[in-house]
Write a protein that binds this ligand. Structure first.
Ligand SMILES: CC(C)(COP(=O)(O)OP(=O)(O)OC[C@H]1O[C@@H](n2cnc3c(N)ncnc32)[C@H](O)[C@@H]1OP(=O)(O)O)[C@@H](O)C(=O)NCCC(=O)NCCS
Length: 184
């Protein structure tokens, strides 16, 4: 990667904090009247992107979405609130955490229903990665999330290398089968 300099200034985690609230409509639900997982992932992606935009102030793409816990179902008519912030800025990538709550409109009872981590990469108009600002950590929670993001990145990279090895092995088998169909 050749990183394009973007002359970034450091930004606080607080300046990246983003929030979105949606009402769950019939089109968003499955046959049991619960919010579809894919629809919730879409909301998570959008709310995560808001934090990444606020940090990088560039174009961004979602590079990865990992570790989503769907803790509780969300029902038709509930309000869904999603909150996001950047956990860690690497070189061109940022890990963003998103937390989701559902609120029953008539009782006001609300509960935590999902959490997710996403990686966004800052890019220029040609799609080349660009450097992002460093993150200013102000609270103990921010420092904890920052440290944890590094561990998740290591885990993500190990998983990615493992999948790549699997693809190479599968391609080798396929090519062996094509060149010598009787022996495979
Ligand atoms: C993400 C993308 C820009 C990376 O481009 P690339 O030329 O492969 O860049 P590099 O390999 O040099 O990686 C650039 C950064 O992305 C990160 N990255 C790349 N692939 C990643 C992945 N699958 N998961 C997490 N991070 C990833 C790298 O760790 C690196 O981070 P760093 O600069 O902070 O160290 C490119 O793969 C892409 O455009 N993918 C498609 C994205 C997309 O269409 N998303 C859905 C719609 S928004």
């Amino acid at each position: 990667m050749s990183i394009t300099e973007n002359n970034p200034a450091a930004r606080t985690v607080a300046s990246t904090q983003s929030e979105m609230t949606e009402i769950v409509l019939p089109n968003d639900t499955n046959t049991l009247g619960n919010l579809l997982g894919g629809r919730l992932m879409h909301f998570i992606d959008l709310t995560g992107a808001m934090a990444a935009y606020r940090h990088s102030r560039t174009y961004i793409v979602t590079a990865a979405m990992d570790h989503i816990d769907f803790i509780q179902p969300v029902n038709l008519g509930d309000l869904v609130t999603l909150k996001s912030s950047v956990n860690r800025a690497f070189t061109s990538s940022m890990e963003v955490g998103v937390k989701v709550w559902a609120e029953h409109t008539r009782t006001g009872v609300h509960c935590h229903v999902a959490s997710a981590y996403l990686v966004f990469v800052a890019i220029d108009e040609k799609g080349h990665p660009v450097r992002v600002p460093q993150l200013i950590l102000e609270t103990a929670d921010e420092r904890r999330r920052h440290a944890d993001a590094s561990l998740r990145r290591e885990h993500r990279e190990a998983e990615s290398a493992r999948r790549k090895e699997g693809r190479i092995a599968a391609a080798a088998l396929e090519s062996a089968a094509e060149s010598n169909p009787r022996t495979v």
